[in-house]
Design a protein around this ligand. Structure first.
Ligand SMILES: CC1=C(CCC(=O)O)c2cc3nc(cc4[nH]c(cc5[nH]c(cc1n2)c(C)c5CCC(=O)O)c(CCC(=O)O)c4C)C(CCC(=O)O)=C3C
Ligand SMILES: [Fe+2]
Length: 376
């Protein structure tokens, strides 16, 4: 028997994220990177630039990724998993292509990628796979040896993601005035996307109303609502999945209702308070700090509606441990073993390899780490 490490055949983990500006001079070039070719109205861009300037031109996402990197390295070291962890982004330094080039220079040829998006969708999955294909094409053009890159399965229903989120929801409830806690509604939020993108999210056989994107979020919302019911004993607490951060032109349908409209509606129905639970996000980045903590909080204040916002998983050690489990699970699968595939809820563990037709792009482009990858 060979004594191969449990992470074989992988030799490195890549944390693949969105990226964000680190100072005022970065804001406009960052937004140009994000929106290149995506047809976002100029007015919206100006407005979003203001969100970043309000925070000194610094997105919280980079420090959050640094914290997650540290948590992953600590967890791996404590468990004897000798897999180095790298970090690269889609839209800002450290850029994915530079990171992948460094990984190749360091001798890595079999890379597993963890994205900071837990769910299926074009923006949260295939677009990262397109970024990987672009980076591989750049290395190929430089005559470098190409690593094989795989992507970890979606982790929205892993207990290491759901349990901290449920705990954070209870903590947020605890921050509301005592007299409104029992009656407080839960508003689970995620990024709005065009309904056409939602309907085609996930594998082709699941396409239809809301697709995998909405189904996956509803499963997590149900799990968290159920955990809160068990802990608080409140049987009929109203909850709903709502959306935030819409950015497209008004004539294109995006997922609704928006969190601010939802706050208004439940206020009118007599809700005494709302806990906003950003299940769609992995860290308290700008979409959370501005769109919820600033904009939606101001809306709630105007309505005289007490609100609290639950923390995202961030660098929670349970999330880092979940990533380790998922890495070891995938490694075992790649070695031909049949590891246990942990998942809560009704959907079961997500696929390891995105099939052809999964989360299609409007304009087809090469995407790596899926069944339709032009790379090995
Ligand atoms: C599903 C989804 C996630 C969750 C999954 C994931 O995390 O990947 C996400 C995350 C994020 N989105 C972010 C920022 C932005 N997203 C934009 C635009 C868009 N997002 C979309 C979707 C998503 N976005 C879509 C369909 C667009 C329209 C244009 C397009 O089709 O591409 C724009 C352009 C301006 C605007 O808002 O209009 C910005 C600045 C940041 C960084 C925050 C920070 O700096 O802390 C993060 C983590
Ligand atoms: Fe976004």
């Amino acid at each position: 028997m060979s004594d191969q490490p449990s992470h074989a055949p992988y030799d490195a983990l890549l944390l693949l994220s969105f990226g964000g500006p680190e100072g005022p001079d970065d804001v406009v070039p960052f937004l140009e990177n994000v929106t290149r070719g995506r047809g976002i109205p100029r007015e919206r861009l100006k407005e979003v630039g203001q969100h970043y300037f309000l925070f000194g031109g610094v997105s919280p996402i980079n420090d959050q990724n640094r914290a997650l990197l540290s948590a992953l390295r600590e967890d791996f070291a404590a468990r004897g998993v000798g897999l180095p962890v790298y970090w690269g982004n889609r839209n800002w330094a450290p850029y994915l292509t530079d990171t992948l080039r460094q990984m190749v220079a360091d001798g890595h040829r079999r890379v597993l990628a963890l994205t900071t998006s837990a769910y299926a969708s074009y923006s949260g999955c295939r677009q990262y796979r397109e970024n990987l294909a672009d980076a591989l094409a750049a290395l190929e053009a430089e005559g470098l040896p190409l690593p094989r890159v795989d992507k970890l399965r979606h982790y929205f229903n892993h207990p290491g993601f759901v349990t901290p989120m449920a705990e954070a929801t209870l903590a947020a409830l605890g921050r509301l005035p005592e007299e409104v806690r029992a009656g407080a509604h839960l508003a689970f939020t995620t990024h709005s996307i065009p309904t056409a993108a939602a309907d085609t999210s996930g594998p082709a056989e699941g396409h239809g109303d809301g697709g995998a994107y909405v189904a996956e979020h509803l499963d997590v919302a149900r799990l968290v609502a159920e955990a809160v019911r068990k802990e608080t004993g409140v049987e009929d607490r109203p909850w709903r999945l709502v959306y935030q951060s819409r950015s497209g032109a008004p004539h294109i349908p995006w997922l609704e209702p928006d969190i601010c409209d939802h706050l208004e509606a439940v206020r009118a129905e007599g809700a005494p308070a709302v806990v906003m639970v950003p299940i769609g996000f992995v860290s308290d980045h700008m979409e959370v700090k501005y769109d919820l903590d600033t904009e939606a909080a101001a809306k709630a204040a105007e309505l005289g509606l007490p609100v609290a916002r639950a923390a995202t998983v961030g660098a929670d050690p349970r999330f880092a441990a979940a990533v380790r489990e998922l890495v070891l699970e995938r490694a075992a699968t790649e070695r031909g073993e049949r590891p246990e595939r942990c998942a809560l809820g009704s959907l079961g563990p997500s696929h390891d390899l995105c099939p052809v037709g999964c989360c299609p792009a409007r304009a087809p482009r090469p995407a790596a780490a899926g069944a339709d990858s032009p790379y090995a």
